[in-house]
Design a binder for this molecule. Structure first.
Ligand code: BJW
Ligand code: ZN
Length: 247
């Protein structure tokens, strides 16, 4: 992870930030990197587990072929996450919610660290590692109390197996989540895109929708992404250093 050159916030951005009425923040794995959560792309094999690329282990096909292996993978990650805490980027975003009347936080992350920092009504596009969902009746259950070596939970409502309540590759997003995020994007005047490689759709279309609707789009990332050329400003560096500069 590169810290990048020290960033300062332009007067123009300070004005945009101060004047924003409808503010949308889209986050990805990079916002949690400084808490110790590995990102998916762009870093020394972090996206590989037991020799399986994450596109394979985190896929709908794997769920059908080997549900216990999928649980083993998610239980392992849940065990790592248990010890991790929100970082200054999560905290800055949580603080903005008290400052802006209309702030929408949309995350691709399943780690729950925004909520742990105090953010409310987070739109979780890709679900949550802290929940299981019944493969039969869609009942959802918390797995917070489940021990990481407990294997697979069974549904309390219908006794069928449950799966992690996470959106795997090739699966649909939770009903309504993208639609709510897209509607907010279409009416926001400021859009921050923090710590995402912006390659996974439909999440990556959120800033495209905001930009098309005339919002000022700001990317925060130590690396360039496909979104960089379409952003009004690119703040190059780590989210935990940059976001607190906005106050
Ligand atoms: C920092 C930092 C620091 C580091 N500070 N920054 C249109 C075109 C092409 C393909 C598709 C399309 N529409 C749909 C698709 C298919 C597919 C897709 O997009 N594929 C592309 C990869 C090509 N999409 C889907 O399958 C989605 N479903 C769907 O579209 O359903 C409809 C449908 C169904 C069937 C057929 C057709 C349509 C579902 C996507 C679900 C993604 N799920 C995952 C795994 C979750 C489970 C798990 O955790 O294992 O979600 S994939 C993975 O990528 C994870 C993430 O949420 C997601 C996005 O990654 P993110 O957050 O951007 O992280 P990274 O690692 O990629 O990037 C980190 C960034 O942080 C980097 O840029 C760093 O530089 C930066 N960074 N340190 C700030 N300190
Ligand atoms: Zn059930």
């Amino acid at each position: 992870m590169q810290a990048g050159p020290k960033q300062s916030i332009s007067e123009k951005l300070r004005r945009r930030f101060g004047d924003a009425n409808k503010f949308l923040v889209l986050t990805g794995a990079g916002v949690s990197a400084e808490s110790g959560v590995p990102t998916f792309r762009g870093g020394g094999g972090t996206g590989v587990w037991k020799g399986l690329p994450f596109e394979v282990i985190s896929s709908a096909g794997m769920l059908e072929r080997d549900l216990p292996a999928v649980w083993e993978w998610f239980n392992y990650r849940r065990g790592l996450l248990e010890a991790l805490k929100p970082n200054p980027a999560h905290e800055a975003i949580a603080g903005w919610q008290d400052r802006f009347r209309d702030l929408t936080l949309v995350t691709q992350n399943i780690d729950g660290l925004h909520q742990a920092a105090g953010s409310r009504e987070v739109i979780e596009l890709h679900g949550s590692i802290w929940r299981a969902r019944c493969v039969q009746c869609d009942e959802r259950q918390s797995v917070r109390e489940m021990k990481v070596d407990d294997g697979e939970p069974m549904c309390l409502a219908c006794a069928n197996p449950m799966r992690p309540d996470v959106v795997l590759f090739g699966e649909m997003l939770p009903v309504g989540a993208f639609e709510r995020a897209a509607a907010k994007a279409a009416s926001c005047d400021l859009c921050f895109v923090v710590g995402t490689s912006a390659v996974v759709y439909p999440a990556a279309s959120i800033p495209e929708i905001a930009r098309a609707a005339g919002a000022y789009v700001v990317e925060v990332n130590p690396e360039r992404t496909p979104l960089s050329d379409f952003s009004d400003e690119v703040l190059t560096g780590n989210a935990g250093n940059i976001l607190p500069l906005l106050g």
